[in-house]
Design a protein around this ligand. Structure first.
Ligand SMILES: *Cc1c(COP(=O)(O)O)cnc(C)c1O
Length: 339
């Protein structure tokens, strides 16, 4: 690693580091004991999260994985199932927690190209009341899904289906703030049809740690017990809640810069013949570099302090976030052009 140029980390928006404003808020945070329910920072963050999501209540949790798991545990009993995308984070990237810790059976189905789960496919896997079957209990969607924003008209139809079939409706809204920005809507409007929503503070919003789980009062009451059981009851949590507050208030307004940069970078990459831009939405660009170039590219990137995750076939996801600036993007474009 060189020390004369700043690292450009394109692997994910999870790599964002707390900014000065966050660090100052953390240093001066008033704290209590959140397990006793008297940490002022956690109380304030949860109030803000409830307002942003338009839900009655919210719970500050240690990660998005814990947040989704708690939601699944609240909605589904042992021997019940949830319908979810085959490549959904809750199913594929959370170590099978719902099955392992909740005895909840996942019923995965393929995502459509737009990130939705086809209503017909959902209907088809909802089980009738028959002793052969697990009890279908919950539908879980993801927004954004691989950077894509789900059409709100689709979400309303999915909500209607859930009502008809007696399913609960959870949103893995890790990047729902990006979805809201891209669709010119509020988070509250986008998540209104859901019973519960999980929102990551530690991605594009830049907090070092944490997610918020939002829902009605009864749901959050249950969620608190599951959080405790999972070891997520933290004490002087105001230290990190302080950063979460900055995430949901100040940093929220910066996400538009990431979307602009993602458009800019995508348009520059499109001009380079050896790169195929597969898709771009919100803060993510999916590209394919020529397979024969990929080893050399990764080497060149590494030498220039650029971190990129790349498959063996040259496929790569480039993620924009608040620790990437225009100078870095120009550097990246030049490198790709040279290669
Ligand atoms: C990042 C992410 C999560 C949660 O991840 P953690 O690393 O546990 O905070 C959940 N869902 C989606 C879609 C994500 O991208």
């Amino acid at each position: 690693m060189r020390t004369d140029i700043q690292t450009m980390d394109l692997r994910s928006d999870t790599v964002t580091r707390p900014n000065l404003s966050m660090r100052q808020a953390m240093a001066s945070a008033k704290v209590g004991d959140d397990v006793y329910g008297d940490d002022p920072g956690a109380i304030e963050l949860q109030k803000i999260a409830a307002e942003v999501s338009g839900k009655d209540a919210a719970l500050f949790v240690s990660s998005g994985t814990q947040s989704n798991l708690i939601a699944l545990l609240c909605h589904c009993q042992r021997g019940e199932e949830y319908i979810v995308g085959q490549d959904a984070h809750t199913y594929k990237y959370e170590a099978g927690g719902a099955a392992v810790l909740g005895s909840i059976q996942p019923q995965p189905i393929e995502f459509e190209a737009d990130g939705s789960l086809a209503l017909k496919k959902i209907s088809k896997v909802i089980k009738p009341d028959d002793s052969h079957f697990a009890i279908s209990r919950l539908l879980c969607l993801e927004n954004t899904q691989a950077g894509k924003v789900l059409p709100q008209s689709y979400i309303l139809q999915a909500a209607k289906l859930c009502k008809e079939k007696g399913l609960k409706f959870h949103l893995d809204g890790a990047r729902i703030c990006n979805a809201a920005l891209a669709s010119n809507a509020t988070v509250k409007q986008l998540v209104e049809p859901f019973d519960s929503v999980s929102i990551c503070l530690s991605k594009g919003l830049g907090a070092p740690i944490g997610s918020v789980l939002c829902g009605d009062v009864e749901f959050i009451h249950k969620a608190k017990r599951w959080r405790k059981m999972l070891g997520g009851g933290m004490r002087q949590v105001g230290i990190i809640a302080a950063a979460g507050i900055i995430a949901l208030t100040e940093n929220l307004n910066d996400l538009s810069k990431d979307h602009k940069r993602s458009k800019w970078l995508a348009s520059e990459l499109e001009k380079i013949s050896s790169v195929e831009v597969l898709s771009t939405a919100t803060n993510m660009i999916f590209v394919k570099f020529k397979q024969e170039d990929s080893n050399k590219l990764v080497k060149n990137f590494t030498e220039s302090n650029i971190l990129v995750s790349m498959e063996n076939d040259g496929a790569s996801r480039l993620v924009m976030h608040r620790d990437i600036d225009d100078e870095m993007i120009a550097r990246f474009i030049n490198l790709v052009k040279k290669a």
